[in-house]
Design a protein around this ligand. Sequence first.
Ligand SMILES: [Mn+2]
Length: 444
Amino acid sequence: MLNRGNEACAVIKKHIDNGDIIRIISHNDSDGISAAGVIATGIKEEGGQFHATIIPRLKSDVIKEVQRENYNLFVFSDMGSAFIDEINHFNKDVVIADHHQPSDAQSNDNIIHVNPHLFGIDGSKHLSGSGSSYLAIRNLNRQHLAILALVGAIGDMQYNNGFTGVNKLILEDAISSGHLEVFESLKIASKDQESLFKSIAYTLNPPLKGLTGSFEESTGFLEKIGVSYGIKFSDLEGEEQDALKDALININPEIFGEVFYVAKEEAALRNLEDFSSILDACGKNKKYGLALSIALGERGQALDSGVKQLNTYRNQLIKGFDWIRREGAIENEYIQSVYSEDKHLKLIIGTIAGVGLSIGLFNPEKPVIGISRFQKDLKISARTTRKMVNKGVNLSKAMNDASLNFGGQGGGHDIAAGAMIPYEAKDNFLNIVNDIIESQLNNS
Ligand SMILES: [Mn+2]
């Protein structure tokens, strides 16, 4: 795996030295934006040039368009592994730095394919797209970029009481080079920036059952334990901080644990969880240029705008959770679904599904299928729990197999996946997904 990364690094270095502008195509979530940031910063710091584009999803026609562009090296990060057949048509050098399930096709010699699954490593847990990207520039010896790789891993929910696998090696790069500190603290969102009741309601990971996603509940909870709710965590008296810590640990013990901290970074980005949230929010609200510039190190006004995006996004989420509390999900025998045409909700339906499962807004025994309408198409965001994956559920396979019936396409991870299908296919699609989940549970 590391050798493959080094092969990619040699190709990137060769094209930097040739003076080529390197074409980067990456995904629009926190991991994808971090991935582009890792590669682009590596190139920039070596004196090279790049042209990066962030897109919501890779499709065959996008690949064909990119293929016609006049570059000598193309880098696909946090995407590409599912499209080896199409990318095999490129006659220039290509680096794919991804962690999604690869297609079965064998890649041509001009393609360096960095993907943990090719080495028997689970890309949903042990390495992110930004992590694969970091491996592809690791030989440039720019360990500060390990931080961005961890930001992406956090965004893809790969921190579970610790980093594992290759993520751990990346963590060690960040710590041993003196760029990152790790210590134990309360893991609530933006705790040095926001009023406490907001910090708590905004905390998605780890989830706080009954508190995440609701200002009312978090305020009521703080009143009940006698802690001031309108000021920042850092302004609380020591005793109040202790009382809060104990009360939150009772709700979810994971709320007290490792915090990843970059001392010399701006306050809004100092905690990598918050850093990741800002990139994610920019991506969800389609501010790709802004997200990329923050990932590339721009601060000042860019960061202020990023924080604004984050606040807008968080308030949209709060509305979304209210919607689920009010309306609930439509239940099939093995799945449940929610549908929205609202222009804000449809951008965040995957997060609502995933976090909603973890805070008890949905039945945890059934995968949640979030459906949002984009004119003639439906975007599907499917989420389930680790427990259901262990029982045999594989949403990546379910989304891929079900969408093929309707000329759509889908994929992702076993625990979180997506698809695009035509609008008319909605009910049939749900029935097929229901049957696929049933057979996954019965045949494992
Ligand atoms: Mn990813």
